[in-house]
Design a protein around this ligand. Structure first.
Ligand code: UT7
Length: 334
């Protein structure tokens, strides 16, 4: 699915993020499995990650981020017509985490559903939210990317446990006068699904007994290095933009080597690339909105900036969005 947006301009008018308080360092992990800080930093760029408290589920992280996003947009919860929660770690398979979030925020008429597209979930959800507004069936949409991967990680498997962390980001989407979302390029290749999966998590019977994340890291790495640049090139071409037009590049935060490879291949200079994987690890659907929050906080993401975001993950899925950043133009506070 690929296209340049037409019709009404739609943008992010509010942004909020949340990461749990608890920090787990690489040294902490070396007490759980045969690994060490040097290996983790040199192979992934990760120094530490956040881990949810036992009583925190995806909806709890989402609600905190969502309240901040609504506040940032100057929007009341009652104005939201649709809540989409992108996650692979919902509170439970049903009811949808989005419905729990909507209820807790006091929304009584909003539609609410969860979306499963791995680490690309946030970009997928943005495209869905955009589509609902452009089609005229919603005025304001709350899009949340959240994951609590610490719940499904095998804490004895050094090949995966060092990579992931917990976090959430939420945005409010609505019509704007200028700027906004320019286009999307999103896709999936289910033939690669066997490289990143959660056994015992659905209707497929399995000989496996453990419901913990499994990954063929090398295959996902190869896919990631190819798709991060090809998807970015596709969205730029679709929207009639070039790499030189990009002000801020927000890649999925999986591994600093993947980010560096993509930035180098695309020719995006370091100062335009947002990196926070060192402090949060891979937070899956939470990754891109958390990085957006960081870019706003450090002053790189200002109204008018052209932002390229690209995600990739389980599915295997990928997705890019191009957006002319808007927050601040509607009088919303940052
Ligand atoms: O959002 C999408 C989700 N996933 C990803 O994006 C992950 C993509 N893949 C990757 O980022 C990388 O493949 C990893 C970081 C997972 C692994 O890095 P790598 O450079 O591909 O390492 P490798 O799997 O080829 O393993 C190299 C060695 C192996 O030992 P031998 O066979 O060479 O003796 C592993 O057993 O490193 C060993 N190893 C570790 N050693 C210390 C694997 N994990 C660890 C560890 N600590 N945590």
């Amino acid at each position: 699915m690929r296209g340049r947006t037409a019709g009404p301009r739609v943008s992010i008018t509010g942004l909020g993020t949340y990461a749990p308080e608890k920090i787990v360092t690489n040294d902490d992990l070396s007490e759980l499995a045969e690994t060490n800080d040097e290996w983790i930093r040199s192979r992934t760029g990760i120094r530490e990650r956040r881990v949810a408290a036992p009583e925190q589920a995806a909806s709890d992280l989402s609600i905190i981020a969502a309240r901040k996003a609504l506040d940032n947009a100057g929007a009341d919860a009652s104005e939201i017509d649709l809540v989409i929660v992108a996650t692979v770690t919902p509170d439970m398979l049903f009811p949808a985490t989005a419905a729990l979030v909507a209820s807790e925020l006091g929304m009584t008429t909003a539609a609410a559903y969860d979306l499963s597209a791995g680490c690309t979930g946030f970009v997928y959800a943005l495209s869905q939210g955009y589509g609902s507004i452009a089609a005229g069936i919603a005025n304001k949409v709350l899009v949340i990317g959240v994951d609590v991967l610490s719940r499904i990680v095998d804490w004895t498997d050094r090949s995966t446990m060092v990579l992931f962390g917990d976090g959430a980001g939420a945005v409010v989407l609505e019509k704007v006068e200028t700027g906004g979302i320019l286009g999307f390029e999103v896709g999936a290749d289910g033939s690669g699904g066997e490289n990143l999966w959660l056994p015992c998590s659905g209707s497929r019977l399995s000989d496996e007994t453990e419901r913990t994340l499994r990954m063929n890291g090398r295959e996902v790495f190869k896919f990631a290095t190819r798709i991060m640049s090809s998807s970015a090139e596709a969205i730029l071409e679709t929207c009639g933009k070039t790499v030189a037009d990009i002000d801020v590049y927000v890649p999925h935060q999986a591994n600093v080597r993947i980010i560096d490879h993509a930035a180098e291949k695309l020719g995006i200079p370091e100062e335009k690339v947002i990196v926070n994987v060192d402090r949060y690890g891979n937070t899956s659907s939470g990754s891109i909105p958390l990085a957006l929050g960081e870019a706003v906080a450090d002053g790189r993401l200002r109204p008018g900036a052209l932002v390229l975001m690209t995600g990739m993950g389980a599915g295997l899925t990928w997705g890019s969005a191009l957006i002319e950043w808007t927050i601040g133009m509607n009088g919303a506070t940052q």
